[in-house]
Write a protein that binds this ligand. Structure first.
Ligand SMILES: [Ca+2]
Ligand SMILES: [Ca+2]
Ligand SMILES: [Ca+2]
Length: 316
C-alpha cells in the first residue's frame, strides 16, 4: 500500500464518518416501530353515564405510549400510559348501546392496531337532579338577576324558570339569568326546576320573591350607541335584511334589559330587549337606511347606529 492510497483511504473514512454522524442522530430520533396492540379490552362496570374498561396494555420500544378510547357520539378520550384501566365518559348517553375500542400511539406518532371492540348498553338514568338552589344576584328597577344550581349524576341538566307562574326560560343549560323588563317597585316570584338527559325532573325549587327597586329618576345618561351595525352582506333582493350590532352598555341597566328600537327608512319597525341582531324588511331592490337606537329603563335614548345598504347587493 502506498502513501497516496492510504491518504485517500483515510479521507474516504473521514467522509464516511462525517456522513454517518450527520445521518445517525436523525435515524435514531425517528422511531418507526409502533406500540404492540392493546388486547383483551373488557367492560368491568357501568353507570348511566360511564363505563369502566380494562385491557392488557401495549408495550413500545420508546418505553411510553398514549391511549385513545374511541368513540361514542364522535367523542373519544386520549390519555397517557402506562394504564390498564379507565372510567370512560365522553359522549356516553344513558340507556343507549355503544361500541368502543382502544388504540396506543408512541411519541413519534406510530399507532398500534386497534384492540378488540366491546359493545355494551348503559343502564337508564333513573336518578333525578337535586332540587335547585336559587339565589338573587342583582336587582334593579326593571330587572332581577338570579343564579341557580342543581346536582345531577349525568353530564347534562336543563333548567326551566317561572316568574309568577309563567315560564320565562325553558330547557336551557344556563345556571343564571336576568329577567326583565319588569315594573319598578313590584314583587315577582321565581321558581327553578331541573331536568336531566333521562327525562327525570327535579323537585321545584323553593319560591324566591324579589321586589324591584324604585325607578331611577336621576338617570339621565343614555346607553352607548349600538356598535358596528352591519348586515354582514345579508340584504336580499326581496328586501329581507339581517342586522347585527354590538350591544350597548348603560350606567344603570344591565345589557340584557336594554331595549333596541329598530327603524327602516325612518319608520319604527319593531323593538327587542337585550339582543344583538334582528331581521326586518326594507324596500326591495333599492338602498335602504336602517337605524338601531338603544333605550334604557328611564327612557334615555342613545345616538342612532345607522346603516345604508342595497337590497340585493349588486342590483341598486
Ligand atoms: Ca415506537
Ligand atoms: Ca340523572
Ligand atoms: Ca342610563
Amino acid at each position: 500500500m502506498n502513501i497516496r492510497f492510504l491518504t485517500r483511504l483515510s479521507t474516504m473514512v473521514t467522509i464516511l464518518l462525517v456522513m454517518a454522524m450527520m445521518v445517525t442522530p436523525v435515524s435514531a430520533a425517528k422511531d418507526r416501530t409502533p406500540p404492540t396492540t392493546p388486547t383483551n379490552l373488557r367492560v368491568t362496570g357501568m353507570t348511566a353515564y360511564s363505563v369502566s374498561l380494562a385491557w392488557n396494555p401495549s408495550t413500545d420500544n420508546s418505553g411510553s405510549v398514549t391511549y385513545t378510547i374511541c368513540c361514542a357520539n364522535v367523542s373519544s378520550e386520549t390519555f397517557p400510559g402506562p394504564a390498564s384501566s379507565r372510567v370512560y365518559r365522553a359522549g356516553l348517553e344513558a340507556g343507549r348501546s355503544f361500541t368502543l375500542f382502544i388504540v396506543a400511539k408512541d411519541a413519534s406518532g406510530n399507532y398500534s392496531r386497534q384492540s378488540n371492540s366491546v359493545t355494551f348498553t348503559l343502564p337508564r338514568d333513573t336518578t333525578p337532579p337535586t332540587k335547585p338552589v336559587v339565589s338573587v344576584t342583582d336587582v334593579g328597577p326593571t330587572h332581577v338577576s338570579l343564579a341557580w344550581s342543581s346536582v345531577e349524576d349525568g353530564p347534562g341538566v336543563w333548567f326551566t324558570v317561572t316568574m309568577n307562574g309563567n315560564t320565562v326560560m325553558s330547557g336551557q343549560r344556563d345556571t343564571s339569568g336576568t329577567f326583565g323588563p319588569l315594573q319598578p317597585e313590584t314583587t315577582y316570584t321565581f321558581t327553578v326546576q331541573a331536568r336531566d338527559f333521562g327525562g327525570n325532573s327535579s323537585p321545584v325549587s323553593d319560591p324566591v320573591s324579589v321586589t324591584t327597586e324604585a325607578s331611577d329618576t336621576t338617570d339621565t345618561t343614555p346607553p352607548t350607541m349600538p356598535g358596528n351595525l352591519t348586515d354582514n352582506g345579508m340584504s336580499f333582493q326581496d328586501g329581507e335584511t339581517w342586522l347585527f350590532w354590538q350591544q350597548s352598555t348603560d350606567n344603570v341597566d344591565p345589557q340584557s334589559v336594554i331595549r333596541y328600537d329598530v327603524y327602516a327608512n325612518g319608520v319604527l319597525d319593531h323593538s327587542l330587549i337585550g339582543g344583538d341582531r334582528t331581521i326586518l324588511y326594507g324596500n326591495p331592490g333599492v338602498f335602504n337606511t336602517y337605524q338601531v337606537i338603544a333605550v334604557d329603563a328611564a327612557g334615555n335614548q342613545s345616538a342612532p347606529a345607522t346603516l345604508t345598504t342595497c337590497a340585493g347587493g349588486y342590483g341598486c
